[in-house]
Design a binder for this molecule. Sequence first.
Ligand code: XMP
Length: 515
Amino acid sequence: MPQLPQKENPKRKVKDTQRNCYGFFDKMAESGLALGYNDVRLKTNYSSILPKDADLAAQFSRNVSLNMPIISAPMDTVTEAEMAIAMAQLGGLGIIHKNLSPENQASAVRKVKHKLNAFIPDPICIHASQTVKEVLEFVKMKKYTFLSFPVLDNSDNVVGIVSSSDFKFCMDGTKKISDIMAKKMISAPIGTDISAAYKTMMTNRIKILPVFNRQKKLTGIFTLADVKRIVAGLSPDYNLAPDGTLRVGAAIGVGEQAKQRMELLANAKTDVVVIDTAHGDSAGVIDMVKHCKRHHPNIDVVAGNISEPESAKRLTEAGADGIKVGQGPGSICTTRIIAGVGCPQVTAVYNCSKALRGSGVPVCADGGIEYSGDITIALAAGANTVMLGKLLAGTTESPGEVIFRQDKKQVKVYRGMGSLGAMRDNKASRERYGQASSPEDKLIPEGIESEIDFKGDVSNIVHQLLGGLRSGMGYCGAKNIADLQKTADFRRITLAGLKESHPHGLDQVKKAPNY
Ligand code: XMP
């Protein structure tokens, strides 16, 4: 049969030769179709990867890496300090919500940062003129469990270090600290990371390592016990910043008050801020990204939420270090229904990540994840991380009390940040949906409030989610997330296919830990 000359499709000019799923999404786009998680499944591939060997290391933003790709959402029923600590200890990250006052949000960030004591920024010091007896009484009164201190002179300069063995071998309680302390001090310059500190401490057999700034003022100390635990890999999953603290993020809005909030969060040493708005492709967000990068270049900024590739490019050009994709896919969201806007999440993630390829700016797929398989799909479509609300809500670590209902069910509240309740309770929620000055009875919610079964510790939930992801990577033959993005290919499924995918035709189905 004679071949008709092929008309060139202008879209094909930007052919994404790096990824197997290009053809699939291109075809869908040509038919004007945008797809959600339930519309697709991944093709299985020849595999030499066992699920247990899949590498889950991920990147939330240019400089914030993770040991696994799950982020807890900045929602007032999901992430405060307790959740953020748990998430960082599991290798992920928690973003503290902004319905807290700026002071309380900064204090939640500090709580996470101070959870580990490898580096203590404001250590307890004692004075050279104190006696041994006085110090031991002080330690007893304060119930300290340690006996290592920097020693100060009358001008608050550090003149020595005293540790437990100095006290142990001192027979005379009336001796001055200056008589028993080590005067020859090994110290480290500001900016020393935890592995360098460990090396110095082991080489010099010292238990605490003071860190001085250029003006020779003490800025903190490393303590051997925690440094060793971290460097020796006794907590291999922990997501740690270079100074050995747990990583944490915090949400901010836009405008002058958000700029002040940003100052407090920067002082509290947040690793990353997330500009958390319902419409990220807006003048206010772009201005805020620029402001943050100008005033706090060392703190990563993730901006969102968006669902179009041009929006991803605009935010990246403004300086964003990470992009959050998701307008309306969330379990508690009604944005798509109330406002009629948005793009089904798999297509949104694919298009935005494609627009950013080569820029070094990662995409976080935010909202709509129902099962672990959706995480595999989100990452395969181009996301580097996923943000979860519902799946992490209702756990021991999520904010709020467990409610004992009359039907004996134990539940917790899970609500949208744009729900009526959240908007009524908090200005930040009203701002997220551009209704800061609306009177209470005129609010237009874009989310709902719900009760969710109490699920116990978040570590069990994350264990199941990562198990499902590993399994998916095994089926796809992907050794890590980059490999998954490169090799994965999709199939569109029908409603019948979806029905077949779920358990069907059975009575009395027992509850499974991951379904
Ligand atoms: P999941 O599906 O994990 O989604 O529960 C969590 C994400 O939903 C977003 N979010 C909202 N979106 N109205 C919305 O349209 C809301 O009230 C609302 N509250 C949260 C947010 O991106 C979150 O991470």
